[in-house]
Ligand binder design. Structure first.
Ligand SMILES: [Zn+2]
Length: 466
């Protein structure tokens, strides 16, 4: 049955203590937006339930590299979680995913001309081929850009190319610093191989001075010989750089036994609260369920997935049935293929639906500052009118920009995309490394992100973007 107008409240009465205002049981009072956002904030910050969910995901699934046993467990577990919350249409949507295996051997040793050797912390980059069983041993040239590599092309032949340009520490936005350095990781192997190099080492993409290597995706080109690629920890990169200055003829021995296997089946996981007025109109809120394998993907992106589930739970707990369907999507395979994001758009179920907006949280579960809106300027201006409401949880900054990798395939068809933007100073401390564990997650910060997304979902659902 369709209600006359406005929001339908049911069930749960807010018997609040001290700071939280009671919520209306019926109708749409003028201050309903404030009441709903208050209700969501109070329930969220009292329960800190996103953290409870995240802790369970990480304990029961562990690392979730696409195609791994951990990823399969997470697909089953998140369906169970959403069924337990009582969401509608909980199901998995199949996608085929790449399966890259790290293997057991990851060894990098620096050997000085004196014969002294030192072990360097390394992680194979995602997608890399392994070395021959006996490893690769060669001299090293250190470069800081592709231009420098091209100038020194003659020196690269038969060598290991070591890309050592740091993320720019003078930038406040660490994502900008990452964006300014990650070309080395993504394209270094192709560039070095063109000049006859035998392997590539890349300085980890982090601003933290520690000994944990930070992995991530790299790519090959069909026209160029594939060479192995690994990320050195910052401590290892600086040690290698220092010794190269003293001993330019030092050698490095590298052994990796990673490999790419045939694609395997996996899935996106979906659950929703059906809209009472326009059930066919969908607002997606999501993150990616896969993770790198060095840590257990607490911030990247267990946080975003559990926030999405928490968004729907906050609607339920606040007693709100939205006008439009709010759907939580756990996308698979963001890290090394985006098959989940691509598969979501291509799935036959989309034919009878109309997407209003997609929200992604994939920048860590840190204190939210606002949203990055991937849409035309008119939409951005429209969303800016909601700044004051979102600012009630600190997330009032609205900027035009990238929404998120998983939602990109649909956003590129013209549907507005939103990326939750949290504070960024600590994200690359943990990103793609063994540091990405639950102890780095602050339950209140994680929850505030979920509340911000829930408020945005509510505004999108009730007011639309027109
Ligand atoms: Zn991510």
């Amino acid at each position: 049955m369709k209600m006359r107008k406005g929001v339908r409240f049911f069930g749960v009465l807010w018997l609040s203590v001290i700071v939280c205002s009671p919520i209306a049981v019926a109708g749409l009072p003028a201050d309903s937006i404030a009441r709903v956002s208050d209700a969501m904030r109070c329930e969220g910050l009292r329960s800190l339930h996103a953290y409870v969910l995240l802790d369970r995901l990480l304990r029961e699934s562990g690392a979730r590299l696409s195609g791994s046993a951990g990823a399969a467990k997470a697909v089953a577990l998140t369906q169970t979680m959403m069924q337990e919350e009582g969401f509608s249409s909980v199901h998995a949507e199949s996608v085929m995913v790449p399966r890259w295996i790290r293997g057991r051997v990851e060894r990098c040793t620096m050997v000085l001309p004196s014969g002294t050797s030192r072990s360097l912390s390394i992680a194979a980059l995602g997608g890399s081929i392994g070395t021959p069983k006996r490893g690769v041993a060669a001299g090293v040239i250190e470069v800081h850009s592709f231009d420098e590599l091209a100038r020194r092309a003659e020196e690269a032949r038969g060598k290991i190319v070591f890309f050592n340009r740091p993320m720019d520490p003078t930038l406040v936005n660490t994502f900008a610093a990452y964006g300014g350095a990650v070309d080395q990781r993504a394209h270094g192997a192709v560039a070095a191989s063109r000049f006859g190099a035998v392997a590539v080492l890349v300085r980890s993409m982090t601003l933290l001075h520690d000994d944990a290597p930070h992995t991530g995706m790299m790519s090959y080109a069909d026209s160029v010989t594939k060479i192995p690629a690994g990320a050195l920890s910052i401590v290892a990169a600086e040690a290698l750089s220092q010794q190269l200055q003293l001993h330019p003829d030092l050698r490095v021995k590298l052994a990796l036994d990673c490999a790419t296997m045939p694609d395997v089946p996996s899935a996106n996981v979906v659950g929703e609260i059906k809209g009472w007025e326009h059930p066919e109109e969908v607002i997606v809120v999501g993150g990616h369920l896969d993770s790198w394998d060095k840590g257990i993907g607490a911030h990247d992106d267990g946080a975003g997935c559990m926030q999405a589930i928490e968004v729907l739970r906050l609607f339920q707990k606040a007693g709100i049935t939205p006008r439009r369907t709010i759907r939580a999507v756990m996308f698979m395979n963001e890290e090394n293929g985006v098959r989940g994001g691509l598969g979501y758009v291509a799935d036959h179920r989309r034919a009878s639906e109309r997407h209003i907006a997609l929200i992604e949280s994939d920048r860590g579960g840190f204190v939210p500052l606002g949203f990055s809106v991937q849409a035309d300027s008119a939409v951005v201006e429209r969303v800016r009118r909601w700044s004051a409401v979102l600012a009630s949880v600190g997330a009032g900054a609205i900027e035009q920009g990238h929404a998120g990798t998983d939602v990109s395939p649909m956003v590129e068809t013209g549907v507005p995309g939103f990326g939750l933007v949290p504070e960024s100073q600590r994200y690359f401390d943990v990103h793609h490394s063994a540091n990405d564990t639950i102890d780095k997650v602050n339950p209140r910060e994680l929850e505030l992100g979920a509340i911000a997304e829930a408020i945005l979902c509510y505004l999108l659902s009730e007011e639309g973007l027109n």
